[in-house]
Design a protein around this ligand. Structure first.
Ligand code: FEO
Length: 400
């Protein structure tokens, strides 16, 4: 059955959803699947923006055939060469041999690397080149490293739509909706938009800033990304979030307590710290156990909160491995600008703080706001928690 939605008079959503996928990029757990978005514009010349992942290609082909009918497909734009969006390139060329593939020089290099396809009709575009299909004129804007180097977005001045590639994408299937105002975005999609951004594009804050600057010169009434909802109501909200995330600015003054614990003693101490913070009236507190929570969720929370407490057992004279993995992820994604507190636990030689200081010291603007603390097996003197809580609250009141 075809599954198509109209965005405007002649612009169609022809993407497809995968509710069976467990791990995005074979790495990030998906609780509610993901959509692979594709858009078809039925102008005098027809144009499609991107294909879909191989897993949902049949749905995509059914959608495109349904909307095109007897009309030929004139252009296929490849905004991004990651296989979750370009997997059906070969099938499109087989179905519509006259189609012109639109990309930049890097796009075509990657097409040759991924595929054995002979392209008869190619259009190579560069920054601010335009393509007119009738009433629509698309301007191509390069967006390198949002998320791969060949990424480009397109702006249609007629409908004022930004076809934004991976930018502004979210996890979760759409389930019949397509626009942000057809779902409760804040409740159902916001956390997954943050997790998508921080883990997929989080490393490339500077490049996202460049794209945001280019976008600020455009009158954008709709943002059509390659995953998740199309924005038409919450555009200022999502732009503001991207501004914060890409400058590594916390959304909230609050404390994220990231805890590793083998037999529960470190966790018990951190529950005590969370209690102290609540008792003192600070309710923006979240405690996560690295053994129970996938790092991608913790990374997303790290972008959200201003303060992070790391508490970990010492393990083989180093950091508890699940905490170590998380620190490694933080380095890779260039998490920065955080006020931190470090706590380690060790029955005979608490050594994890030294390792954490080394690792966190290699990241930008990580400021320890309290002396690193060590627990010997289990916490006896709970006054230390009161002191840490006071230091965190004082620091959160400070606007620097
Ligand atoms: Fe959804 Fe970078 O691909």
């Amino acid at each position: 059955m075809q599954n198509v939605r109209k965005l405007t008079q002649d612009v169609y959503f022809i993407g497809a959803e995968d509710d069976r996928i467990q791990l995005f990029e074979n790495m990030f757990p998906l609780e509610r699947g993901v959509s692979y978005n594709s858009y078809l514009v039925m102008d005098e010349k027809t144009i499609v923006f991107d294909t879909v992942d191989y897993s949902v290609g049949l749905q995509f082909i059914e959608n495109i055939k349904n909307v095109l009918g007897e009309k030929p497909l004139d252009y296929l734009v490849i905004s991004h060469m990651e296989p979750d969006h370009c997997a059906y390139l070969q099938q499109i060329v087989n179905l519509y041999p006259e189609v012109t593939i639109v990309g930049n020089t890097q796009t075509f290099k990657m097409i040759d690397q991924f595929f054995d396809v002979q392209l008869t009709h190619k259009l190579i575009v560069k920054e601010y080149d335009t393509l007119c299909t009738g009433v629509h004129t698309f301007t191509f804007i390069m967006a390198p490293f949002v998320h791969w180097p060949e990424v480009m977005v397109a702006y249609d001045a007629y409908d004022k739509i930004l076809y934004s590639a991976d930018a502004f994408g979210t996890f979760n299937t759409l389930d019949g909706a397509v626009f942000d105002d057809e779902v409760c975005f804040e409740k159902e999609y916001m956390d997954e938009a943050r997790r998508y951004y921080t883990n997929i594009v989080g490393k490339y804050g500077m490049q996202v800033q460049t794209l945001l600057k280019k976008a600020s010169a455009l009158d954008i009434q709709m943002i059509a990304p390659l995953h998740g909802v199309v924005f038409r109501k919450e555009i200022p909200m999502i732009l503001e979030k991207y501004q914060k995330w890409s400058t590594y600015t916390a959304e909230e003054k609050g404390v994220l307590i990231v805890c590793g614990s083998i037999y529960g003693n470190t966790l018990q101490a951190m529950r005590g710290l969370a209690s102290c913070l609540h008792e003192k009236g600070n309710h923006a507190v979240k405690l996560v156990n690295v053994s129970r929570t996938h790092p991608s969720y913790i990374i997303a929370d790290m972008f959200k909160y201003s303060h992070i407490v790391f508490a970990t057992p010492t393990y083989n004279a180093g950091v508890f491995p699940l905490m170590e993995t998380l620190l490694q992820d933080m380095c890779m994604l260039q998490v920065q600008n955080k006020k931190i507190v470090l706590i380690d636990n060790g029955t005979w030689a608490p050594l994890a703080n030294t390792q954490m200081i080394k690792k966190l010291g290699s990241m930008k603007n990580m400021e320890c706001i309290y002396d690193a603390q060590s627990i010997k097996s289990s916490l006896k003197d709970i006054s230390v928690l009161e002191n840490i809580a006071d230091a965190l609250i004082t620091s959160m009141k400070d606007n620097t």
